[in-house]
Design a protein around this ligand. Structure first.
Ligand SMILES: Cc1cc2nc3c(=O)[nH]c(=O)nc-3n(C[C@H](O)[C@H](O)[C@H](O)COP(=O)(O)O)c2cc1C
Length: 254
C-alpha cells in the first residue's frame, strides 16, 4: 500500500502541514508514504498538446499511490489557491470526458482519499456556519470525478496563533492515517446503505408514531384518514430534516 500526501498551503510547516505529517505518520506503520508540497512546483494547465513535465510527474505520483491525503487550509472562505490551482490543472487528467463533457472515472477509480482543512474560526462557529465546507466540497467534487472513494475528512479549528497541532488532533490524524492505509475494500457499500436506510426508516416511523400518540391525547385521531394525514406530515418533516442534514451539513466541522 502506498500513501501520498499532497500539501496545498503557504506554510509547509504550519498546522495543515503538521496535520498531513501526522496522518502520514499513522499510515507509515503499515504503508509506504511519500508527500509533495504543491508550492514547490510551477503547476500550469495542459495547452494544445504541449509537453507538461510538471503535471506528468505529479500525475505519475498520483497513479502510483493507493491512497491520497489532500491537505489544504481554508482561505477566504474557500479552498487555498495552491490546492485549487492543482485541481484545476489536473481536471482534464483526473477522468475521461464523454461526448457531452461528463466525467467518466478512469485510471484513478477506486483509490481512496482523506481530506484535511482548517480555519481560524472556532469549533462552534464552524459547526454553525460551515466555514470549512467549501474547501471540502471542492476537493470532493474533483476526487469523485475521478471515481475515488472517501475514507474520511479531518478539520482543525481555531488555528489563529496556533503553532503546534494539539495532542488530541495529532492522535486523531495518526489514527486516520492508520485506518486509511489499511482500508482495502472498494466502494461496495450497497448492503450497508440499504441497512442504514432501513434503520433510518424504522427509527423515524417509531418517532412519528410516538409523536402521533402525543397528538392523539390532544386531538381525536381515531379516524383512519386523520391518523394517516398526521403520520404523513410528521414523517415528511422528519425525513426532510434528516435529508437536509446528510446533504447540507454532512461535512466534519469540529
Ligand atoms: C490568506 C489566508 C486566508 C484565510 N482565510 C480564512 C477564512 O476565511 N476563515 C478562517 O476561518 N480562516 C482563514 N484563514 C486561516 C487558515 O484557514 C488556516 O487555518 C491557517 O492559515 C493555519 O493553517 P497553516 O498553519 O497551515 O497556514 C486564512 C489564512 C490565510 C493565510
Amino acid at each position: 500500500m502506498r500513501v501520498l500526501g499532497i500539501l496545498g498551503s503557504q506554510q509547509p510547516n504550519g498546522i495543515t502541514g503538521q496535520s498531513l505529517q501526522a496522518v502520514l505518520k499513522g499510515a507509515a506503520e503499515t504503508a509506504t508514504t511519500d508527500w509533495i508540497n504543491l508550492a514547490d512546483y510551477q503547476i500550469t494547465a495542459d495547452h494544445d498538446n504541449q509537453p507538461n513535465p510538471v503535471l506528468d510527474s505529479l500525475e505519475a505520483k498520483l497513479l502510483a499511490a493507493d491512497v491520497w491525503i489532500l491537505a489544504a487550509p481554508t482561505y477566504i472562505g474557500g479552498l487555498s489557491g495552491i490546492m485549487k490551482n492543482f485541481l484545476d490543472c489536473m481536471r482534464n487528467r483526473i477522468a475521461r470526458y464523454n461526448a457531452v463533457g461528463e466525467a467518466v472515472p478512469d485510471r484513478f477509480k477506486n483509490k481512496h482519499y482523506v481530506t484535511i482543512t482548517n480555519c481560524y474560526a472556532g469549533g462552534v462557529e464552524n459547526f454553525v456556519t460551515g466555514v470549512t465546507d467549501a474547501a471540502f466540497k471542492t476537493m470532493d467534487k474533483f476526487l469523485t470525478m475521478g471515481g475515488l472513494i472517501k475514507v474520511r475528512e479531518i478539520v482543525v479549528t481555531k488555528t489563529f496563533g496556533m503553532t503546534t497541532l494539539s495532542t488530541k488532533k495529532q492522535a486523531e490524524c495518526e489514527r486516520a492515517g492508520q485506518r486509511a492505509a489499511t482500508k482495502k475494500e472498494r466502494d461496495d457499500n450497497t448492503m450497508k446503505r440499504y441497512l442504514e436506510l432501513f434503520g433510518m426508516i424504522a427509527v423515524m416511523a417509531l418517532v412519528t408514531m410516538g409523536i402521533e400518540a402525543g397528538i392523539g391525547r390532544l386531538l381525536p385521531l381515531d379516524n383512519f384518514w386523520a391518523y394517516y394525514g398526521v403520520f404523513v406530515v410528521v414523517f415528511y418533516v422528519l425525513l426532510a430534516s434528516i435529508l437536509h442534514f446528510f446533504t447540507v451539513v454532512k461535512h466534519r466541522r469540529r
